[in-house]
Design a protein around this ligand. Structure first.
Ligand SMILES: [Zn+2]
Length: 197
């Protein structure tokens, strides 16, 4: 059949229509260059010397006062904020942040210890206020068992385990209670993941 194939104007090869991208603007509904050539063109446009010039021009422009101002304005716009929020959730960004935090901790060991102590005391206080006074001795024992369980699993597997509040005590909106049915033993890694959500 004649309409089932055509010649690519770039590579000059005759190929079946499946090898061409659809394009509504073309008479037969397909581009005149084949998929392979179309892809090569995109690659060339992005990685080729012409784009390198544009990219270095853009980079230089971003460093000017006007460029900095533009970036700042964009960062504060709803769109910019969303893009940044999305970027902060990426593993690459988290790695950079974690590294910066560790460096800061090494440079300021005292401040780091104080900050950690403050966070711990806030956690303890919220735990205390989230503990209902109607808990029975049996229920309190049950809760202690979660902590021994976490310690035991850590010892047995070598993987750090922690007691986690299923509904966080300091959650936004709904606040969890420090009660047996709100506790679970999970790995420290999973606990960290939970906190980052
Ligand atoms: Zn081609």
């Amino acid at each position: 059949m004649e309409t089932s194939s055509k010649t690519c104007f770039k590579c000059g090869m005759r190929k079946v229509l499946f090898e061409f991208y659809r394009h509504a603007g073309m008479a037969d509904g397909y581009l005149n260059k084949c998929k392979e050539c179309a892809k090569a063109d995109v690659r060339e446009r992005y990685y080729g010397p012409a784009n390198a010039t544009i990219k270095s021009y853009d980079a230089a422009r971003a460093k000017t006062e006007k460029g900095k101002e533009r970036r700042k304005n964009y960062a504060q716009s709803p769109n910019g904020k969303e893009v940044m929020a999305r970027y902060r959730r990426t593993p690459a960004c988290r790695k950079v942040v974690a590294k910066a935090v560790r460096a800061w901790q090494r440079r300021h060991p005292e401040a780091w210890r104080a900050a950690r102590a403050a966070a711990q005391s806030i956690r303890r206080a919220s735990q205390l206020s989230a503990t209902p006074d109607w808990l029975t001795p049996e229920q309190r024992r049950e809760m202690k068992a979660f902590y021994s369980e976490a310690a035991e699993r850590t010892r047995k597997t070598g993987v750090p385990h922690e007691v986690d509040h299923i509904v966080p005590l300091q959650g936004k909106g709904v606040r969890g209670l420090h009660v047996p049915w709100n506790l679970q033993v999970i790995t420290a890694k999973d606990n960290l993941k939970k906190g980052n959500k």
